[in-house]
Design a protein around this ligand. Structure first.
Ligand SMILES: Nc1ncnc2c1ncn2[C@@H]1O[C@H](COP(=O)(O)OP(=O)(O)OP(=O)(O)O)[C@@H](O)[C@H]1O
Length: 232
């Protein structure tokens, strides 16, 4: 579903080159869920951007749905994103001029994969039924994030990428939204790669990896990381 093979990424900064990813290997299979943890600035968002084909590695390979993103031009990467991915960020990025229902349907329509029954089910499960004609600004933060999750899952993407999806919400709301997200990801049959700072948020996912010094390692009970054992 998603594979990183010896991925390196360095940014040019006024202070000189900043090596962020230094040989990242990762394999995420269909339907699997993975939490990505790491200190602030360790490169989690960079990794997620590469996974989405929003940026390209300096060397190494990122394969999304068995296709190397570096081998595609930007329009082809955009099509691959549309056909494969759902994205949920800390900021909700809803379309202010579209009502709730049209926001929810947006991705699925663009991907040509709208299923009215699944959309209605999502509206119901996300507690948005009855709010179809409201606009995003007329929703609470928790409702807006639930809508953003519904929009990402409406096309039943093969992979959902989520960057701190509950980071903007209070603790109770965050817990509820996370539980819903995990249930609906399972129902949609999507794989999940989720960046989080919280071990509690990471706990229910299948695996948790930590990004340290540009490399990915498995989390041990001592909180230290060790290289992930080969899965082949
Ligand atoms: N476009 C860019 N140009 C230069 N430096 C960048 C760029 N994007 C990110 N960085 C730097 O790369 C490092 C990794 O950033 P990244 O956003 O991936 O970290 P993160 O682990 O997601 O951090 P956080 O948890 O704070 O969101 C940081 O030091 C950041 O300042």
């Amino acid at each position: 579903m998603l594979e990183f093979r010896q991925v390196y990424k360095t940014y040019a900064t006024p202070q000189g080159p900043l090596a962020v990813l230094e040989g990242v290997d990762l394999e995420l299979r269909g339907g699997e869920s993975l939490a990505l943890m790491g200190e602030s600035g360790s490169g989690k968002s960079t990794l997620l951007h590469l996974a989405a084909g929003l940026d390209l590695p300096d060397s190494g390979e990122v394969l999304l749905a068995d296709r190397s993103i570096s081998a595609l031009d930007e329009p082809a990467r955009a099509r691959l994103r549309r056909d494969t991915l759902g994205l949920v960020f800390q900021q909700f990025h809803l379309v202010p001029s579209l009502n709730v229902l049209d926001n929810l349907r947006l991705q699925a329509r663009l991907a040509g994969r709208e299923t009215p029954e699944w959309s209605a089910h999502l509206m119901q499960r996300l507690g948005l039924a009855g709010l179809e004609r409201r606009y995003p600004e007329q929703l609470s933060g928790g409702q807006q994030q639930r809508l953003a999750i519904g929009r990402a899952l409406a096309p039943r993407p093969a992979l959902l990428l989520a960057d701190e999806p509950t980071g903007n919400l209070d603790e109770t709301t965050a817990g509820e939204v996370l539980a819903l997200l995990l249930e609906l990801v399972r129902e949609a049959g999507s794989a999940l790669l989720m960046v989080t700072h919280s071990a509690q948020v990471a706990a229910p996912l299948d695996r948790c990896l930590r990004l340290t010094h540009g490399r990915l390692g498995a989390l041990t009970e001592s909180g230290l990381t060790q290289p992930e054992p080969s899965r082949r």
